[in-house]
Design a protein around this ligand. Structure first.
Ligand code: ADP
Length: 729
């Protein structure tokens, strides 16, 4: 029982009771037995939605009550604020919670005051690199979704970060939360933790495969799903609706999610009460208000009918509105890409895994999803206390496929988690950081540090880690990031800088080369292309027709690019170079005030993607500016200007105005066109002109005038100059 746990802050047991948590779930009980509330390390490998969060909370709260400090590592930035909000419930019992997001190059000193800190592994890694002092005070670290150490891109950071934190404090309590995986015992061995391995779930889960009209369930029973002309997914969604339940549909691409949401809206619309229709219309309006793009419009149209889509291209406001409306049972079905399964807490009566194959760039074709992924989707089925049971369904198109899906996903165990650390790009980054932040000052120490990783626990390929490590050390030495002297290792000033900037050393090398070859005033395009071809900027695919158009652009503006252009005959290099040009042109369009909607259409991406590119470019240009400073190059101001232009999404002439809070790209342009060209104009301008340019929005005008430091921002009695449409006012 929770009341029996010593060291919980006063009031917390009662708090849990009020939340309906009276008794511990069996896996939670096992974790407490293993000492999770007494500072012991535990790996909890239990199904989705089986109460892992409480295990983490017990560990962190007791650690804090004993005078310690806890860190909760989330796998996705989107989850950081959600977790923070959850933990803030404990602030009334004297526990301070902080979330660390934002730039990767600060030390976050203010976090020293907090008892529980929430951050992504990348953020923690960068805080350690920047010498955050409070890291030394940590007594408890929780790694959520620790099975993601298996991920090629992000796994190594989590792995190395845990190894570093455990090296700083040998007694650090480590609590790792994992989906059910095949080899949780290896993770426990790596972390010197007790394993809690359970398949218990708070609500029954039935798994099955639909073939024709028959839903074959894993207990051997069959259910009839009536479907006239309906497609399988629509029939399943409708069947759930007749039982007053909601469905979650997993598909393999954003476009498919949007298309499915549109089609399923025709099913759900007939099941809405008039009150629900009113509330949904209201939510749809808020989605339209939140962002002015085709994607939001499409989403709002679907939501009005009780259907929604969910993918990483949505703005965070829209995403939250959709998730809340689903939890409130207003939205009856969400069509989602797998990101939703990775953590957002949106359980549903029925989960439908419509696509079990996904396009994979590495194999150049469709690839079956991992069992682990499909089981995590399954795990979203069933809301404890609300649904009698959860149901997870795959769809077969032939009798053979029916058998295959049972074997592949229903009966199968998830695959084991494997470390991806031994890959060169991962080691390049982490070895430099490990040396630069003082975790190893010789090759021997480096190797013994790397032996604290999961990779070392798992590998029986002796020598592989040493070989890759040697290659990486040579690369870092050649690029003047590291110095080696008889087995001793030392990061150079440049190496320290690169590590703190949190960029791949290869990106740094590319940027340095480019800047060195440039004159004092490289163009924005030249700089955008430079950062777009680094490994830290993910590529935009070239579509048919792109190649020709981009090749033409490449020759037209050849003089602007920094460094040499590969020849058209070097197929792959040229293709990559063009793909970077596509990104660079997107950035240039954005910095030339092109409409977001037009851009999304032209580049075939969602508004979230444009933001993603813009943010990455800002970060890399910031790094470029610092590197220029470090190397004493004169291109710093040009880099800074290019950075500001992507940051605000405006042409050069608007930079001053767009920097004023609440102005933004569109308003800056309207003010400028009304003759207000900079901040001092704005402070002096005739109020009626300002109001006219801001389309008669008094409140906005007052806020902006206040922000620019005008003494008399009051707009009372001012009439807007120029035509103001009724809708705008
Ligand atoms: P996980 O992190 O494993 O995916 P959560 O921690 O989000 O799952 O738990 C799912 C739900 O179960 C939450 O709404 C939580 O409040 C509830 N819950 C957790 N533990 C208990 C318990 N012991 N008794 C009742 N409800 C619980």
């Amino acid at each position: 029982e929770i009341g029996d746990i010593p060291d919980l802050p006063e009031g917390v047991p009662e708090h849990f009771r009020e939340q309906g948590i009276e008794e511990l779930y069996p896996p939670q009980g096992e974790a407490v037995e293993a000492g999770v509330a007494e500072g012991e390390s535990v790996v909890a490998s239990v199904p989705t939605a089986s109460g892992k969060t409480l295990v983490a909370e017990l560990a962190m709260l007791t650690s804090v009550a004993r005078g310690g400090k806890a860190l909760y590592i989330v796998p996705l930035r989107a989850l950081a604020s959600e977790k923070k909000a959850e933990f803030e419930e404990f602030e009334q019992y004297g526990v301070d919670v902080g979330v660390s997001t934002g730039n990767y190059d600060s030390d976050g000193d203010w976090l020293a005051q907090k008892d529980i800190i929430v951050a992504t592994s990348e953020k923690v890694d960068s805080l350690v690199r920047n010498g955050a002092q409070w890291v030394d005070d940590l007594t408890c670290v929780v790694a959520d979704e620790v099975h993601l150490v298996d991920s090629k891109n992000r796994g190594p950071t989590l792995e190395v970060t845990l190894a570093k934190l455990r090296k700083i404090n040998h007694d650090l309590q480590t609590v790792a939360l994992s989906a059910t995986v095949g080899n949780a015992d290896e993770i426990a061995e790596w972390l010197d933790a007790t394993l809690v391995d359970s398949t218990w779930r708070p609500i029954d889960l039935q798994k099955g495969v639909l073939y024709g009209q028959a839903l074959h369930l894993d207990d051997g029973s069959k259910k009839q799903i009536s479907r006239g002309n309906e497609k399988a997914t629509a029939a399943l969604v409708e069947d759930t609706l007749t039982d007053d339940g909601s469905s979650l549909v997993f598909v393999n691409s954003r476009r498919n999610a949007e298309a499915a949401a549109r089609r399923l809206g025709d099913v759900t619309r007939d099941y809405l009460t008039p009150e629900e229709q009113t509330e949904l219309r209201d939510i749809a309006d808020r989605i339209r208000d939140a962002s002015d793009t085709q994607t939001s419009d499409d989403l709002a149209d679907a939501v009005e009918k009780g259907s929604a889509f969910h993918h990483a291209g949505l703005s965070s406001e829209s995403r939250e509105l959709v998730e809340d409306a689903f939890r409130d049972r207003l939205v009856k079905v969400i069509s989602a890409t797998p990101t939703l399964a990775a953590g957002v807490n949106t359980p549903s009566r029925r989960v439908i895994v419509r696509d079990w194959r996904r396009y994979d760039g590495d194999v150049g074709g469709m690839k079956p999803l991992d069992v682990l992924e499909v089981h995590q989707m399954f795990g979203r089925a069933g809301r404890p206390g609300l649904d009698p049971y959860g149901e997870a369904v795959l769809i077969a198109n032939s009798h053979d496929e029916l058998d295959e899906l049972f074997d592949r996903y229903v009966w199968a165990d998830p695959e084991p988690v494997r470390s991806k650390l031994a890959a060169e790009p991962a080691l390049r980054t982490h070895i430099l950081a490990t040396v630069a932040s003082g975790f190893a000052d010789s090759e021997d120490e480096l190797v013994s540090f790397l032996e604290r990783t999961l990779y070392a626990t798992q590998t029986d390929e002796t020598g592989r880690l040493e070989t890759v490590t040697q290659n990486v050390l040579e690369y870092l030495e050649r690029n003047e990031f590291l110095e080696r002297d008889e087995g001793n290792l030392r990061a150079t000033g440049l190496g320290h800088r690169v590590s703190q900037l949190y960029i791949d050393p290869m990106s740094a090398a590319e940027i340095i080369d480019g800047l060195r070859s440039a004159d004092d005033r490289p163009t924005a395009m030249g700089l955008y292309h430079l950062v777009s071809r680094t490994p830290d900027m993910y590529e935009l695919y070239l579509r048919s027709g792109d190649r020709e158009e981009l090749t033409e652009l490449a020759y037209e503006r050849e003089s602007e690019f920094l460094g040499s252009m590969p020849s058209e005959f070097e197929d792959n290099a040229f293709e990559d170079w063009l793909s970077a040009l596509k990104t660079a042109r997107l950035l240039e369009d954005w910095a030339s005030e092109r409409d977001e909607d037009d851009m999304a259409e032209e580049y075939g991406v969602g508004p979230g993607d444009i933001r993603g590119k813009v943010e990455t470019a800002e970060w890399l240009l910031n790094a470029a500016e610092r590197l220029a400073g470090e190397l004493g190059l004169d291109s710093g101001p040009a880099v800074r200007e290019a950075k500001k232009r992507v940051e605000y999404g405006v042409a050069e002439e608007l930079l001053d105005l767009a920097g004023v809070r609440n102005v933004g790209r569109k308003r800056a342009r309207r003010l400028y066109d009304a003759g207000i060209e900079n901040r001092s104009d704005l402070r002096e301008a005739d109020k009626s002109v300002v109001l006219g340019a801001l389309r008669g929005r008094r409140k906005t005008a007052e806020t902006i005038l206040e922000n620019v430091g005008r003494k008399d921002p009051d707009m009372e009695g001012v009439e807007a100059d120029g035509e103001v449409s009724v809708a705008d006012a």
